[in-house]
Design a protein around this ligand. Structure first.
Ligand code: SAH
Ligand code: SF4
Ligand code: F3S
Length: 454
């Protein structure tokens, strides 16, 4: 009899990838995925620890699951509850102490052992906590599992962990030190995805451009990996996320001019536009260094869309220093950006500072920053009006006969389908621009088209 698993994913794209691999690991045990909690025998929360709100959400969700589990037990039915991801890694046994209904706790590096953990849970009759680090082992194990593809655009983790230790951030503690998968392993995974109809891969890593995976003749760079992946038949688009300014090498910048499969979109977080704050954050770069990367990038690809991450209200941030962040935004002119109020995280150096900023000021700064970001995003979208570019068609639209795809710049584009299919890459002219998406008219099939759609 098939069992049902519900995986709820929080946080970044790496968690989205991990959730899809958990599904692959559970499939041979007879687990099918469900989105309906009432039919789920097993619920996995794949959690995020990055900000306080994100991790507190987990405990409130666990409270609801406990009630459900108890109600079911009264009917003689069971429900397994697991906490995976970065909260699992960071808090371990604290989770089962706070919520006794949790059966399993594991981290981002141990989910490949799910079959053994489930067995151990059954045999021991008590909660199992597994938060060791062994990334090499994880990928070797995952490689042996067939991978499902549910979309024509797929994530592919190539690098994990972080050695940068920004003073505000928990990731180096939850994901461990930087590790790069060997190039051949990644190429094989991309080939398997392509065979399932995947047309676009987004290469993932906490510091994706710090990639130094083993190739045939020693460690290779991200630029070289991209070059190799662009030879995979069926893969028409390559993206990568998230880059760090410190690892933005010349060969990667140049790859954007040379390789047409590499999409003209760069997500490059800067966090602040002020050098004193950047130093206190231990970012290892200045505002000028960051702006110089953007300038070099735009010299190679004038149409490059830039996005970034920002933190407002880092301890000790003055109004003037915040103003520097606004100035940097104006200088870069972003296509998109993500902004957050600084959230003190347990165990990180910045949380110990005694000059924390009040929530009031953080809110005010966030509002000002977001108003500027919204204006820049709208202007970027408006600049696409009348332009023509390739759109990868990813899913059905809300209206019959409509499909939704993505522009090279990651915008959603709606268009009338007219014999087009998901997986096709169509040349489209943009006819109107809304707040969150564009609408276009089909002109022709892109010459790259020809691989079966999923
Ligand atoms: N590896 C990526 C991003 C990691 S987390 C990088 O180095 O840029 C994603 C974003 O969350 C960060 O870029 C940062 O803007 C934000 N973030 C991380 N820790 C935070 C904290 N303590 N409070 C608020 N935002 C935070
Ligand atoms: Fe966190 Fe900084 Fe590492 Fe990014 S580079 S994951 S922000 S410590
Ligand atoms: Fe969150 Fe972990 Fe990603 S803390 S942002 S899920 S690496």
């Amino acid at each position: 009899m098939s069992k049902k698993v519900l995986i709820k994913t929080y946080g970044c794209q790496m968690n989205v990838y991990d959730s899809s691999r958990m599904r692959d690991v559970l499939a041979p045990l007879g687990y099918e995925e469900t989105e309906n909690i009432d039919s789920a025998d097993f619920v996995i929360l794949n959690t995020c620890h990055i900000r306080e709100k994100a991790s507190e959400k987990v405990y409130s969700e666990l409270g609801r699951l406990r009630d459900m589990k108890q109600a079911r037990a009264a009917d003689g039915r069971d429900m397994m509850i697991a906490v995976a991801g970065c909260v699992g890694q960071a808090e371990g046994a604290e989770i089962t102490r706070r919520n006794k209904s949790v059966d399993l706790v594991f981290g981002p590096q141990t989910y490949h052992r799910l079959p053994q953990l489930l067995k151990l849970r059954k045999e021991s009759g008590s909660a199992v906590i597994e938060t060791e680090f062994d990334v090499t082992d994880k990928f070797l194990d995952l490689d042996s599992k067939p991978q499902m593809a549910t979309s024509v655009s797929a994530f592919l983790t190539i690098q994990e962990g972080c050695d940068k230790f920004c003073t505000f951030c928990v990731v180096p503690y939850t994901r461990g030190t930087e590790y790069s998968r060997p190039m051949a392993q990644i190429v094989t995974e991309a080939e398997k995805l392509a065979a399932k109809g995947v047309r676009e891969v987004t290469l993932l890593g906490q510091n994706v451009n710090a990639y130094r995976g083993e190739g045939d003749n020693g460690p290779e760079s991200l630029a070289r990996l991209v070059m190799r992946l662009s030879l995979v038949n069926g893969i028409e688009r390559i993206r990568y996320v998230t880059s760090h300014p410190r690892d933005m090498s010349d060969d990667l910048i140049e790859a954007h001019a040379q390789n047409q499969k590499l999409m003209p979109y760069l997500h490059l977080p800067v966090q602040s536009g002020n050098d004193r704050i950047l130093k206190a954050m231990n970012r290892g770069h200045t505002a000028k260094h960051y702006l110089n990367i953007i300038e070099r990038m735009r010299r190679q690809r004038p149409d490059m869309a830039i996005s970034g991450d920002f933190i407002v209200g880092f301890p000790g941030e003055t109004d003037g220093e915040f103003q520097d962040t606004l100035n940097l935004l104006r200088e870069v002119n972003y296509a998109a950006a993500y902004s957050f109020k600084y959230s003190p995280r347990p165990g990180t150096p910045a949380a110990e500072h005694n000059d924390q900023i009040s929530d009031d000021i953080k809110n005010q700064r966030l509002q000002r920053l977001q108003a500027l970001i919204t204006a820049q995003t709208s202007a970027f979208n408006a600049s696409c009006l009348g332009k023509s570019f390739d759109v990868l068609l990813e899913k059905p639209g809300r209206m019959a006969g409509q499909l939704i795809g993505r522009s090279p710049y990651l915008q959603s584009v709606h268009l009338e389908a007219k014999g087009l299919k998901i997986g096709h890459i169509a040349k489209v002219t943009i006819k109107s621009v809304g707040p969150n998406s564009l609408s276009g008219q089909y002109i022709s099939m892109s010459p790259t088209q020809g691989v079966p759609a999923v």
